[in-house]
Ligand binder design. Structure first.
Ligand SMILES: *Cc1c(COP(=O)(O)O)cnc(C)c1O
Length: 355
């Protein structure tokens, strides 16, 4: 394994005060960097003071968006230990994204080590107030300076950290979701299953339109027939229908969320049927109408789970359950956050302590 050199900052930044941390605004004192050069592989793993990059105007990433990222968190536990949640899963997924975007793979164990080392260097930045955490953003981008469409020969891998409060300032309050009938996020054969920057650029217009109408996110339909449910905003989506939990199957256009996977594993461990299959919007609306749609929620690292209180489809609005937080949604939230903050035992061995 490579060694990681550490250069500590001479000018530590002021840390944000109070327990009302906005999401993704502050960054810490250090970052992790590593270069890729064709023929040499990944090299020069280093932790350095956080600082802007210098980028040539012809840098390929600015033109052709050859970029991938990950999102994870470090949690300051009730016992004073700092935990990561399934970090290897993030770097395994990063390698799936990398393969699709023709970016060189990373060493999963080494990247987990890099995260642990960086979080330890910036340990004082981990917020301790309830529901706060240190958001971890690894990313890789093409660095060749060349105008011309082909894969880059050089890349930069970086990890930055951001102390954050809850993703939704209102916490676990139910949100209103608009079913998007115009734009699509991804198609099979495309990049929907990867965390690449371009996917999010393509999703902004629908998100903007939904917000202007007073809804927090859009529910995406498939890119071919606009008939099957895919995801909600940048979260996976799960529904409780007639006592069973169903979620769209991973058929290539959906991001394989680690929170989604953890929800399914928890549910199955409780004996709740958790099924991955295609769900059409017509089926969903029929279930919303006849009351068999008992709960609906998004899942993702940023918000953990986010209850959906209301669905809007065309001109029609459907309240889900009693419009509040479903019982199972709440139980998943309590168990996931319980494991993450060390409030309850971790029977699955999902957490990794940063020593
Ligand atoms: C990151 C992401 C998710 C959630 O993944 P987690 O691993 O649970 O954080 C879901 N959908 C999209 C589009 C995402 O980018």
């Amino acid at each position: 394994m490579q060694t990681i050199t550490i250069t500590r900052t001479q000018n530590p930044k002021e840390k944000p005060q109070g327990d009302k941390l906005p999401f993704g605004v502050y960054t810490t004192d250090h970052m992790f960097l590593m270069d890729y050069t064709e023929g040499q592989g990944w090299h020069d793993a280093r932790i350095v003071p956080y600082a802007p990059f210098q980028i040539d105007p012809s840098c390929m990433v600015l033109h052709y968006a050859q970029e991938i990222f990950e999102g994870m968190k470090a949690y300051y536990g009730v016992d004073g230990k700092v935990r990561l949640f399934r970090p290897s899963e993030n770097f395994k997924r990063m390698n799936f994204s990398a393969e699709r975007l023709v970016i060189p793979a990373v060493d999963v164990d080494f990247c987990v080590e890099a995260v642990k080392t960086l979080v330890d260097v910036d340990r004082d930045w981990i917020p301790t107030a309830p529901n706060t955490s240190l958001y971890i953003r690894p990313f890789v981008f093409a660095t060749d300076n060349h105008i011309g469409v082909h894969a880059s020969h050089s890349y930069l891998f970086a990890i930055i950290l951001s102390p954050v409060g809850p993703y939704y300032p209102t916490g676990l309050d139910p949100v209103k979701i608009m079913i998007e009938q115009e734009d699509v996020r991804a198609v099979r054969g495309g990049t929907g299953f990867t965390k690449c920057g371009g996917n999010y650029a393509a999703s902004l217009r629908a998100g903007d339109r939904a917000e202007k109408k007073g809804y927090s996110q859009v529910l995406w339909l498939d890119g071919v027939e606009q008939k099957y449910i895919e995801e909600v905003g940048s979260m996976n989506v799960l529904f409780k229908i007639n006592g069973e939990v169903v979620t769209p199957a991973l058929l290539g256009s959906i991001l394989p969320g680690i929170t989604r996977k953890s929800c399914l594993e928890l549910l199955r461990s409780w004996g709740v049927p958790a099924i991955e299959r295609r769900i059409s919007v017509d089926e969903l609306i029929a279930c919303a109408k006849d009351g068999s749609l008992e709960e609906a929620f998004g899942s993702g690292t940023a918000a953990v789970v986010s209850p959906i209180g209301e669905l809007i489809y065309g001109e029609d609005e459907y309240v889900i359950g009693n419009g509040g937080i479903g019982e199972l949604t709440q139980k998943l939230y309590d168990n996931l956050t319980g494991i993450q903050w060390g409030r309850i035992p971790d029977p699955f061995g999902w957490t990794v302590v940063v020593e």
